[in-house]
Design a protein. Structure first.
Length: 474
């Protein structure tokens, strides 16, 4: 059987560069060599791509980034002859090296925030993990919390601050934090992970220093109320069976020996935290943690994998959603693979499953029609008479912001071609009183992936079998 060529991307330009070097080393060491040929590609902190020799990386716990390794690029135009699905070496030869699937093992901005995923979409390459939309949304902790809150999932009270506003209104912002949240609070960059730039602030006198450090990593920062809680995590995996719910692992618990699960506790101190797998929860608590994990995974339209982090209040036993990681840590002692091992899925099989999911998703996308059918009047109309096409992502953002502002939204029905169950969502709509139909104006915008369809018309109270199924924004 021919081996699949798997390009493992690691490094990147984010503050989590060093974490990626550890995760990627573990992935390379555990990939099934009988099925996959590994093509290691390092991205240095300046954004240059280097093609590395696998023989120089074997058995390492953290991967080096060789600056003298051949520089390569990924052409964003798959139709170019000879360059489709290939890495092009920069230099006189310009030789291409074909790849079948990409495994991004990078964390943080410019890595797991939809940017690399967008490049791989343009290059028409299968890749492991979530798509552009879920990656971008999950990277921003505030947007993720908004969506979770609107879906009825409990979250810890927080305030978001932008750097420009903080510099102009330091006193007002500090007063707002003290009045609405009290102390202690946690300061977090909104678009970063691995506890980089995170501080626990116990009094107003330490607030400004912590905020200024967090603003070194991001222009937006979250200030969260500190709760006396246990840290519970679940691993979620897309189901290979079409239309089935995602799989959720047994829950695990992080018990830090430091004051909280800081960057030092995670990566610098070997005894920084104890991972308790499975977590010591009763049956109802276990079920609730898994339900929240599954619900958030579906809510954000995740694919492939994600780790969902929760808080369990020690006093009330109430769960709070904390965050979702679309590319979690992947060292052999990281929570995501260890939870799956405890659930009966060994590390090597987990990696193979993720690659299979990536290839399956890519094949489904390739079946989509990307050109106007013959006879479509919209396609053949003169340019000045064509209806303007709305930007799906922009409208989707408008939908969520309007709901957050209290705009009343009417129901419409969404379903995916690969799902047997029709899932109800909401979208902005207007009512055609004569025909008593709901006409959904922005239904498709809620999901940027092309596999989503929307029923644009249905009778009040029941779905009409003769309703029109529209494949685009009406």
């Amino acid at each position: 059987m021919k081996k699949l060529r798997v390009a493992v991307l690691y490094g990147g330009r984010s503050g989590e560069h060093e974490v990626s070097l550890q995760s990627a080393a573990s992935v390379i060491n555990h990939l099934d060599r009988d099925r996959f040929e590994i093509v290691p590609v390092a991205i240095d902190k300046q954004g240059r791509w280097h093609l590395n020799d696998i023989s120089l990386l074997e058995g390492k716990k953290s991967l080096p980034v060789f600056k003298d390794a051949p520089k390569v690029m990924l052409p964003p135009n798959p139709s170019d002859s000879g360059s489709g699905s290939a890495l092009i070496t920069l230099g006189e030869s310009g030789e291409a090296r074909g790849i079948d699937v990409v495994f991004p093992v990078m964390h943080g901005p410019l890595c797991e925030d939809g940017t690399i995923q967008g490049l791989l979409e343009l290059a028409d390459l299968p890749y492991v993990g979530c798509g552009v939309l879920a990656s971008a949304v999950a990277m921003d902790k505030e947007i993720t919390k908004r969506l979770a809150r609107d879906a009825g999932i409990p979250i810890v009270p927080y305030i978001s601050l932008r750097h420009d506003s903080w510099k102009k209104e330091k006193a007002q912002s500090a007063t707002r934090i003290e009045e609405q949240l009290g102390y202690p609070v946690f300061i977090k960059p909104a678009n970063l992970g691995s506890s980089v730039g995170v501080h626990k602030v116990k009094d107003p006198g330490s607030l400004e220093t912590a905020l200024e450090d967090a603003f070194n990593y991001d222009r937006k920062v979250l200030v969260e109320a500190a709760v006396n809680a246990r840290e519970i995590e679940v691993s979620v995996l897309e189901n290979l069976e079409t239309g089935e719910d995602p799989l959720v692992s047994v829950p695990g618990e992080v018990d830090p020996t430091h004051e909280f699960y800081s960057y030092e506790a995670k990566y610098l101190d070997e005894n920084g935290a104890a991972l308790i797998i499975p977590a010591k929860l009763d049956r109802e608590q276990t079920k609730r943690a898994q339900e929240i994990g599954k619900k958030v995974f579906v809510l954000l339209e995740c694919e492939g994998m994600a780790r969902v982090d929760l808080f369990l209040d020690r006093t009330t036993n109430e769960f709070f959603f904390n965050e979702l990681n679309t590319i979690p840590g992947f060292t052999s002692i990281s929570m995501y693979p260890k939870l799956w091992e405890a659930s009966g899925l060994p590390y090597q099989q987990l990696l193979s499953r993720l690659i299979e999911l990536a290839i399956s998703r890519h094949r489904k996308k390739q079946m989509l029609v990307r050109e106007c059918p013959r006879g479509n009047a919209q396609c053949h109309a003169p340019p000045h008479r064509r209806r303007p096409q709305k930007n799906r992502t922009r409208i989707g953002a408008q939908r969520f912001s309007e709901r957050s502002l209290g705009v009343v939204l009417a129901p419409c029905i969404f379903f995916r071609r690969d799902q047997s169950e029709i899932r109800a969502r909401v979208c902005k709509a207007v009512v055609d009183r004569k025909s008593q139909f709901w006409n959904c104006m922005i239904g498709v915008a809620v999901h940027a992936q092309p596999l989503t369809f929307v029923v644009t018309k249905y009778r009040l109270g029941r779905i009409d079998r003769n309703s029109h199924f529209d494949f685009s924004v009406s």
